[in-house]
Design a protein around this ligand. Structure first.
Ligand SMILES: [Zn+2]
Length: 499
């Protein structure tokens, strides 16, 4: 192909790659399901442990795609998590089945007008979460081999998201943010060779570029995941942040045409543009040449306590802040509980289309669509379930424990009364009857947790059995957060929420 026709082909492909969103504010709405192996639970697909619970059939996946398309999403994003991003997985039944099922999901999604985004950390490999170093030739060769294999195994993918880490990010052998940017450019070119139409999205997550050049490790550290050092990956330093973003701006033209950048309003875990961590000037600067998307992760549910979430005051406020700041063309809604927090998905999709929307009215319409008008009062009751302060949720519930207890009983009553009222024609995953039963499980659990003298051990067991039982079948993960999350939920009712 001569140079001119090559350029013509590329611009055609670029136009096709960007059809999911016209570049206007919020036009690309990405539903990001994080099903990584440290976040498994009854409401998340188990993609990496055949023979254990919570596997999804192809039909489960198709219904899920139908549902998010109905909500208004036009991209589905998944993390090719480290357990899959390794040679052992590629060459095993786990990897083959993952590639088969995700290819089937991709075909179905395309029929529904939904694009597929594969997200992976640049160099985090294997279920021990080892960070390979780009400056060790054998390790970098392995990383490129993995990117090559996976982009060949999943040729239908529309967008490749390259992510600095969390976990991951290297500071060994002189690696810095520049190593990440240069390595990403190389992977972007590789991906584009294997999938000529693919669009690249480069992530800036962290302070920025999580861990690169700053994460610390123990003596003799060889890149293994060490939980007690993860906090060092967040160390913010204004001169470093400026240097990193200046470097990114300089290097962006080396990325394939159409490359977009995921950048939050602030260089911290909450994306808050506070003080020196204000990322807004950089977002505006990048947006002059490349599309930008928000990757504000904690808006909807964080990564800890699992229950029906309701954080929409902050969600809509953030959307309006983004609209006022820079030409954000959309971004993610993250979930690790796609079978439980469908309301969060719906509100997120709407928040991009209508940042001025009223979240209570939107929730009321949502439940009226699902259960008829009798479902509307859920919009007043479900916000009360967002009771545990946690990552991304800082508003304090102004309700006494006894009043909360009464409201949870009222919620349970209402959910029981909605039995049989489910609307038939709604594309929903799981079924509306199952969804209603799950909400009821939590209303009853929260009512019992806030009763005058609960048996906390028994309630802990009830929650664990319903939500996290899969971990009874697995060896302890390098990041055992399900245990900590369960303890946190019970401790909240046992020790903190006494009034
Ligand atoms: Zn390194």
């Amino acid at each position: 192909m001569n140079r001119k026709s090559d350029e013509t082909a590329r611009s055609t492909l670029d136009a096709a790659a960007q059809s999911s969103g016209d570049g206007s504010f919020g036009s690309r709405r990405i539903c990001y399901v994080n099903f990584a192996s440290h976040l498994l639970n009854a409401y998340n697909p188990n993609m990496s442990h055949p023979g254990l619970p919570y596997r999804w059939s192809d039909d489960d996946w198709f219904r899920f795609i139908d549902m998010i398309a109905w909500f208004g999403f036009n991209v589905f994003e998944f993390w090719l998590e480290p357990r899959l991003f390794c040679r052992e997985a590629v060459d095993s039944e786990i990897g083959r089945e993952f590639a088969r099922q995700m290819s089937a999901v991709t075909e179905h999604a395309h029929r529904r007008g939904v694009k597929i985004e594969l997200l992976a950390a640049l160099t985090t490999v294997g279920d021990v979460w080892h960070t390979h170093c780009p400056r060790i030739p054998d390790e970098w060769r392995e990383v490129l081999w993995l990117w090559d294999r996976w982009t060949r195994l999943l040729p239908g993918v529309d967008i490749i998201g390259i992510f600095p880490g969390d976990p991951g990010g290297c500071s060994r052998n002189g690696c810095t943010h520049e190593t990440y940017i240069d390595g990403s450019a190389e992977v972007a070119a590789l991906a584009r060779r294997n999938i000529p139409s693919v669009e690249i999205e480069l992530g800036t997550w962290g302070p920025p570029f999580f861990a690169w050049g700053i994460i610390k490790g123990p003596d003799g550290w060889q890149g293994e995941f060490v939980p007690r050092f993860q906090g060092t990956a967040w160390a913010f330093d204004k001169p470093r942040a400026d240097a990193a973003m200046t470097c990114l701006l300089k290097r962006l033209p080396a990325f394939p045409p159409g490359t977009s950048v995921a950048i939050n309003l602030g260089f911290n875990g909450d994306g808050n543009p506070t003080g020196e961590q204000d990322a807004r000037p950089w977002a505006r600067e990048i947006a002059k040449t490349n599309r930008i998307y928000t990757w504000d992760y904690s808006l909807t549910e964080g990564e800890n306590a699992i229950y029906p979430h309701y954080r929409f005051e902050r969600l809509f406020a953030r959307r309006r802040e983004e609209r006022a700041t820079a030409p954000y063309s959309g971004g993610i809604c993250y979930t690790m509980t796609p079978l439980l927090n469908q309301l969060s998905l719906y509100e997120s999709a709407v928040s991009f289309a209508n940042p001025d929307g009223g979240h209570v009215a939107i929730a009321g319409e949502f439940f009226a669509k699902l259960f008829g008008d009798g479902g509307r009062p859920l919009a007043r009751l479900l916000p009360l379930m967002e009771v545990v302060p946690d990552w991304g949720h800082y508003a304090k519930l102004d309700l006494s424990r006894s009043a909360f207890h009464a409201k949870m009983n009222e919620t349970a009553e209402l959910l029981r009364a909605l039995d049989g009222r489910e609307t038939a024609a709604i594309p929903f995953q799981p079924s509306l009857a199952d969804y209603r039963r799950e909400l009821l499980f939590f209303a009853e659990l929260f009512a019992d947790l806030s009763a005058p003298a609960p048996d906390y051990d028994a309630l802990r067991a009830r929650y664990w059995q319903r939500v996290y039982a899969i971990y009874d079948h697995l060896p302890r993960h390098v990041d055992p957060r399900p245990h900590a999350a369960t303890d946190m939920l019970v401790r909240f009712f046992a020790e903190q929420y006494r009034g």
